[in-house]
Design a protein around this ligand. Sequence first.
Ligand SMILES: [Zn+2]
Length: 324
Amino acid sequence: MVAEAWLNAALGGGLGLLIGSFLNVVVYRVPAMMYRDWLRESSDNLMAADPAYGVQTSLWDLVFGSRKPVPPPPQLYASAAAVGKALDALAPLDLMRPRSRCGHCGHAIRWYENVPVLSYLALRGRCAGCHGRISPRYPLVELATGLLFALCGWRWGLTPLALAWAVFAALLLCQFLIDMDTQLLPDSLNYLLLWSGLVVAALGWTVPLELALWGAVAGYLVLWGFFHAYRLLTGKEGMGYGDFKLLAALGAWLGADHLLAILLLSSIVGALLGGAMLLVGKLAHKDVPIAFGPFLAGAGLVCLIAGPNEVRHLVPFAFPFSLR
Ligand SMILES: [Zn+2]
């Protein structure tokens, strides 16, 4: 039995290393793809302010009214058209295209330079083309994904449940890094996490479906409430809508009774991460706003590592109600 658990961990770990390599691409490209889409929408929307653009009523009038018209600024269409044209000229960007390249010299990365962790070690952290430094973050993300997948294989064997939790881990890892990098939490990943959490509950693999549903609803509402209370009291915005959706997704996976523990763990993760960043000098001073998403994602990963059913032993006082 023990030997089998280690074999499952090794198989999970191997798959995790490969998926980790793909997650590096996701983390790097999804925010760029999102921003490209936003620019395209902005350009299209500004163009639609022009009655000559082909929209029956100028959409500009929906906002500024047509009775006492505020005319669009003169450069508006020219700027919007220029942005649209610049976007048209770009090469396609998605998770498959273009091939991965060195950020310094554009050297196309060959398959044997893309073996998780090993290639980085063999190349001593440098590009084969220009010998420019490759960030150690890439192998570290591969390693982290490998370890998380190994844990899933070890705990749940080679089962669909192990795969489900591996997906959970992969999506949280992406949100953790993307929010750190860009202060964005892509809806595409948040919704995938939310829907998959509800589906695995409906399949009877995780928590009772009712707990998952209320976890999603309450997770969203709790942070939504915090957000508006904080804004009323201080006039500032402490977090974003992506944070509400991420907690909703965690509630779907772990159940409503875990929400308090997740929030508690996220503040601990936040204190640890913030302290570490202060130490390495990444935060100039304490007032810099830091994204909340990495703490939530970190708390979700702590729940997975501790064991979704064991979290209540880790922080017993965060479970005042017995919901099952
Ligand atoms: Zn290079």
